[in-house]
Design a protein around this ligand. Sequence first.
Ligand code: AMP
Length: 114
Amino acid sequence: MGDCLFCKIVDGEIPSEILYEDERVLAFKDVNPQAPVHILVIPKEHIESMNDIDESNSHVIGDIFAIMRGLAEELGIEKDGYRVVNNCGRFGGQSVSHIHFHLLGGRQLSWPPG
Ligand code: AMP
C-alpha cells in the first residue's frame, strides 16, 4: 500500500522504535505516547481496519494478542494492568488506516474514554 504510514514503518522507510518483530507482526513505540507504556502492534500485511477482519486473516489478530501479552510482561505492566485499544473508522477515532492495537499501561487509565 504505497501511501500507508504503517506500511512504510514495516518497510523501514520511516524509522520507528521497534520492540518486537517477526514475519507477520511488528510492535513499535507510539510517537505520541498517552501513557508511560504506549506500544502499537500491527500486522505487517496491510489490513485497513477491524471492518476488514475475516476468517482469512483473523489468526494474525490472535497472534497479536499473544504478542501483546508477552510485551506487557516484558515491560513490567502485567501485574498492575493495562489496556488494549483498537480505534475503528471515523467515530472510533482511527487516524491511520492500517489496523493497529494500542497497548497502554504504566499509569491508572480512566474510563469511559472520550
Ligand atoms: P489511531 O488514532 O488509533 O489511528 O492511532 C494512530 C497512532 O499512530 C497515534 O497514537 C499516533 O500517535 C501514532 N503514530 C502516528 N505516526 C507515527 C509514527 N511515525 N511512529 C509511531 N507512531 C505513530
